[in-house]
Design a protein around this ligand. Structure first.
Ligand SMILES: [Zn+2]
Length: 254
């Protein structure tokens, strides 16, 4: 067995390492979290009241409140005020994953090049899955956004917004929740970075329209390999142009 660093620090007269005592509120939060995740409480149901939790756990009111605050910050409960209030179980949705990843990306100053590599890794797979699984109404949505995108080619702010909407509609049609959450999370930081760094040109926007047209066709025909390859070509080309050093004119958003 390897000795832990804290053991190594012991002087010759010590027999035990310092003991880290977990906070009571963290222990209670952990138990309640497990109960929620295991389905003992369904979304919409209420946890026992603050008073009952004090009685059941034997902890102070402050510890119980701190534990509930932890669960609230994790998006596992929503605290409702008033007579019929309490701690309502609310399973975190995709947007909470997106929020955490986005916060991570922004607070760590993740570079645009890394975000674009992430897209290249994820989007071709999303396109392949969308080709396999899209429902008629999802195909209709992707097609409708595409038509508006084509018509907005000379209206840059609108074009950029519709471009993003289109890529996210394909992500949702993949039916893969974690990958969709990841796409949603990195889309906003990419869009902001591109707005800041680059201008777009008419040629590049027209090239993107062409690329989107062939990807859409593959998704429509449920040709999953073509959808993968064409999306890969589209987002890889975009990454190459966007991360080129000494960029003078820049790409359209991919
Ligand atoms: Zn695109």
């Amino acid at each position: 067995m390897k000795s832990s660093p804290s053991i190594a620090k012991l002087n010759s007269r010590s027999v035990i390492a310092p003991v880290a005592v977990p906070k009571a509120s963290d222990v209670l939060a952990g138990r309640l979290r497990d109960l929620i995740i295991q389905g003992h409480f369904s979304p919409g149901e209420f946890l026992p009241s603050e008073r009952d939790l004090v009685t059941q756990s034997g902890l102070s009111r402050t510890s119980v409140r701190d534990a509930l605050r932890v669960l609230e910050s994790e998006g596992l409960i929503a605290v409702k005020a008033g007579r019929a209030g309490g701690s309502m179980v609310t399973l975190p949705g995709r947007e909470s994953v997106a929020r955490s990843v986005e916060l991570f990306v922004r607070s760590h100053g993740i570079r645009l090049a890394s975000l674009l590599e992430c897209r290249v890794a994820v989007e071709p797979t999303l396109a392949r899955l969308a080709a396999q699984r899209r429902t008629p109404s999802q195909l209709e949505e992707i097609t409708r956004i595409h038509e508006r995108f084509v018509a907005s080619v000379d209206d840059v702010p609108r074009y950029k917004r519709l471009n993003l909407d289109w890529h996210l509609a394909i992500a949702r049609a993949s039916g893969n929740e974690p990958l969709t959450a990841l796409m949603e999370a990195i889309s906003a930081p990419i869009r902001d970075a591109m707005d800041y760094q680059h201008v777009t040109t008419s040629e590049l926007r027209r090239a993107a329209v062409k690329a989107h047209t062939v990807i859409l066709k593959a998704i429509e025909e449920q040709d999953d390999e073509a959808a993968f390859k064409r999306m890969d070509r589209h987002v890889s080309a975009y990454r190459d142009v966007a991360t080129r050093p000494n960029l003078i004119t820049a790409p359209t958003t991919a």
